[in-house]
Design a protein around this ligand. Structure first.
Ligand code: CA
Ligand code: CA
Ligand code: CA
Length: 256
């Protein structure tokens, strides 16, 4: 009887552990490893998110030359055009998980390194019909700059906060640099998520990748921690829920 009781307790404990691990498993976290297999579950499992399938052809919205990161929103403009494949994003995703903003994107051509940037707007800045953007920046808008590296692996994130003037870079103030980003170091399938599709360009060193397959250096994932104590928690106090989590402004993904 005693042994039976012990086994029962063990069973309960094991069940509790499984529940705990089950909850962790079903929390659908993103692992920064350059692998794509966590993104579909994360997007399906969380409510604050956005996925955008950006165009690849002549109807691809893109920034015009004067639309710089330190510039005012009123100086930004966009047009429809044929994006250079080196700067052509096909898919972009953002999801909020446990006070972390996770983001992912891809590039069509993998030759060489390329910069990428994500803007998160406090007041929901977005593009307007006719080629303009509004509303203007608010103090606290968040800019994350990083890069695709040709061979894949861990990459740095440079985090900036819009301050208007007097920042480390004028209108932008550099908050810090983290290693919280990764570019795929091995071939990866696209996540099995509605609308997520991809065709890489021919690159002499590797040829044309199969459909819906990322060659090394084509897929980027990272996160910014905005939890209390992170130094970025003020983003919570400026209507975080209105940040453009819903619209990562794919066309702003600045690949140079
Ligand atoms: Ca991953
Ligand atoms: Ca595109
Ligand atoms: Ca676009």
């Amino acid at each position: 009887m005693k042994n039976h009781f012990i086994f029962s307790v063990r069973a309960v404990i094991i069940s509790m552990i499984m529940v705990l691990y089950g909850n962790l498993f079903f929390a659908q976290n993103i692992t920064l490893d350059g692998k794509t297999d966590d993104w579909a579950a994360a997007l399906n499992g969380h409510t604050i998110k956005n996925f955008t399938r950006d165009a690849n052809a002549t109807n691809d919205d893109q920034f015009t030359g004067g639309s710089s990161d330190p510039g005012l929103i009123s100086s930004w403009s966009w047009v429809l055009g044929n994006t250079n494949s080196k700067g052509d994003i096909s898919n972009a995703a953002v999801v909020l998980i446990d006070n972390k903003i996770y983001f992912a994107a891809d590039r069509t051509a993998i030759n060489g390194d390329a910069a990428i940037g994500f803007w998160f707007f406090t007041n929901g800045t977005q593009k307007n019909p006719g080629g303009t953007f509004s509303p203007e920046h608010a103090v606290g808008d968040l800019l994350v700059l990083s890069h695709f590296t040709n061979g894949g692996g861990n990459v740095d994130l440079n985090i900036y906060r819009w301050v208007g003037s007097g920042g480390s870079d004028g209108s932008l103030d550099k908050i810090g640099t983290t290693g919280n980003a990764f570019v795929n170091a091995i071939y990866q399938p696209t996540p099995t998520y509605p609308g997520w599709s991809y065709q890489g360009d021919n690159v002499p060193s590797v040829g044309i990748p199969p459909a819906n397959t990322y060659a090394t250096g084509a897929f980027f994932e990272g996160y910014v921690d905005i939890s209390p104590g992170s130094g970025l928690s003020h983003f919570f106090q400026v209507s975080f829920w209105k940040l453009e989590i819903r619209s990562p402004l794919v066309h702003r993904s600045k690949i140079l």
